[in-house]
Design a protein around this ligand. Structure first.
Ligand code: G3I
Length: 314
């Protein structure tokens, strides 16, 4: 039958997965990664700690491996991520306040410049808001101020004029205080001509707790004139799995895919890796996991078939 990538393509979308370098030597893993998806996100190795580990010293070796894999398998690449408070090398925290804007611009110019023409979407800024909609007090916020996000988007546009530029965050899938803050930022960027093309809803979700307003939320961003992508989808549960939880998870995945398909500007969906054996969840949420669409042995789960059917597979 068709793959998830083929089904999504028939609907003018992509269906992709994040991946990381250690798994690229795992043959059963790469057999699925290379065939099932038409989009790949670089899960770790485009982050600042990998790409500019010391000031002015850029290293693209690991991320280039993932981009090459994607190109060899006709998969588009989402770049992740240019400016984030996490996985930031220590030296960035020590940059004097008056130099940090220049350092940020130089980082973006180098990284987005290196991948010019190879990355279709960039997550330019990641996770800049707190749950209450205030700005996270990152080093960029503290030393550059509110303007750092707009400055990052301007620098990314200059570095790669054809890449679609995204703001990406979590807990912004439904309508709430945090997604309101993101909405107000996008609206003001559009009014001021700051180059933003899309918002990424990460969608690290919990079994049985899909917000009821996902479709409405996607639509309100589309109505502002930006694209929307589901960028890091996983739906975690208390482990172990059982048939009841699997059925709920399938329904939850179906709901997310349907919410995206209901809005023309929702351009694609990415799972945050595809196999339960290669998920970030168990190490960060002890006792939880089984959040993805393949099990540890690369067998398709009910959640896979829910996505397959929602994308029109029979
Ligand atoms: O590479 C080292 C390895 O050498 C060392 O032995 C090992 C020991 O812990 O750590 C390895 O680094 C880990 C890295 O992933 C690569 O596997 C880090 O400890 C670990 O913290 C890091 O976690 C990543 C996390 O971001 C960091 O915040 C996850 O893999 C990655 O999936 C996750 O992705 C984020 C998105 O970028 C943004 N949205 C949330 C999402 C989930 O947290």
């Amino acid at each position: 039958g068709p793959t998830l990538g083929q089904l999504a393509a028939a609907k003018g979308r992509y269906f992709g997965s994040a991946t990381d370098n250690p798994t690229l030597t795992n043959a059963p893993y790469t057999a699925v990664l290379g065939s099932e998806f038409n989009q790949i996100t670089v899960g770790n190795t485009q982050k600042w700690q990998y790409t500019e580990p010391s000031r002015g010293q850029f290293d693209y070796r690991q991320a280039d491996q993932i981009v090459a894999f994607a190109q060899a398998h006709d998969q588009i690449v989402r770049g992740h991520t240019l400016v984030w408070h996490n996985q930031l090398p220590g030296w960035v925290n020590d940059v004097p306040a008056g130099e940090l804007l220049g350092v940020m611009r130089n980082h973006i110019a180098n990284v987005a410049g290196h991948y010019k023409g190879k990355v279709v979407h960039w997550d330019v800024v990641n996770e800049a808001f707190e749950e209450d909609g205030t700005r996270r007090q990152s080093v960029f916020q503290q030393k550059i101020g509110d303007s750092y996000i707009a400055e990052a988007f301007k620098a990314a546009r200059a570095a790669d004029p054809n890449a679609k530029l995204y703001y990406n965050d979590y807990n912004v899938e439904g309508v709430n205080a945090k997604s309101d803050a993101m909405y107000n930022m996008v609206k003001s960027f559009k009014q001021q001509g700051i180059p933003i093309d899309g918002v990424g809803l990460q969608a690290h979700l919990i079994l049985g707790q899909i917000p009821s307003t996902v479709r409405q939320n996607i639509q309100r961003f589309a109505d502002l004139g930006v694209d929307v992508a589901i960028t890091e989808l996983d739906i975690r549960m208390r482990t172990p799995r059982d048939a009841t939880k699997d059925a709920q998870q399938a329904a939850d995945y179906r709901a997310v895919v349907n919410a995206c398909l209901a809005v023309t500007r929702c351009v694609g969906i990415t799972v945050w890796d595809f196999s339960d054996g290669h998920s970030w969840i168990p190490s960060v949420f002890p006792g939880e996991g089984a959040a993805l669409i393949y099990d540890e042995n690369f067998a398709k789960k009910p959640s896979y078939w829910a996505v397959y059917e929602a994308l029109g597979g029979t």
